[in-house]
Design a binder for this molecule. Structure first.
Ligand code: DAT
Ligand code: MG
Length: 149
């Protein structure tokens, strides 16, 4: 089964959206296989957002993402990378559809509440930043037979 890295950003934590966001992924049928809270520092931010170093918004992004604790998780399921991106909505909440997390809970691109990996390759890279193999749980849920044929 595919895995992806998902993170409730500091604004999501401060705005009491952690439960709502996790609940959406759980209700969809995705399985939480890793979960923790942490405060990111600059080094972790540069690792996570390495592709954006040097862009005009990078310093603001680092200040934002290190401004408070985040909730980091690994979700597992069929085509979960693409599905989570769709559930999160467009990067700029102004373009995110109603019913998506960013569409429903955010207004500005620099306060867009949630992160989701953009590919399986990115997911593997990002998961390794936040979790050791031992911190991820492989387990069977009885409900899976009602979610997958
Ligand atoms: P995504 O988070 O949808 O994968 P991204 O990887 O292009 O989007 O950018 C990472 C984060 O950086 C994004 O969630 C918010 C911030 N960001 C991107 N473009 C921005 C911009 N033009 N101005 C301010 N922040 C931006
Ligand atoms: Mg991205």
């Amino acid at each position: 089964m595919e895995r992806t890295y998902v993170m409730v950003k500091p604004d999501g934590v401060q705005r009491n959206l952690v439960g709502e966001i996790i609940s959406r992924f759980e209700k969809k049928g995705f399985k939480i296989v890793g979960l923790r809270m942490l405060q990111m520092d600059r080094a972790i931010a540069e690792k996570h957002y390495g592709e954006h170093i040097g862009k005009p918004f990078f310093e603001g992004l680092v200040a934002y993402i290190t401004s408070g604790p985040v909730v980091a998780m690994v979700l597992e399921g069929k085509d979960v990378v693409t599905a989570v991106r769709a559930m999160n909505g467009a990067t700029n909440p102004a373009n995110a559809g109603s019913g998506t997390i960013r569409g429903d809970f955010a207004i500005e691109v620099s306060r867009n509440v949630i992160h989701g990996s953009d590919s399986v390759e990115s997911a593997n890279r990002e998961i390794a930043i936040y979790f050791t193999d031992k911190e991820l749980c492989a387990y069977k849920k009885i409900l899976e037979d009602w979610i997958y044929e």
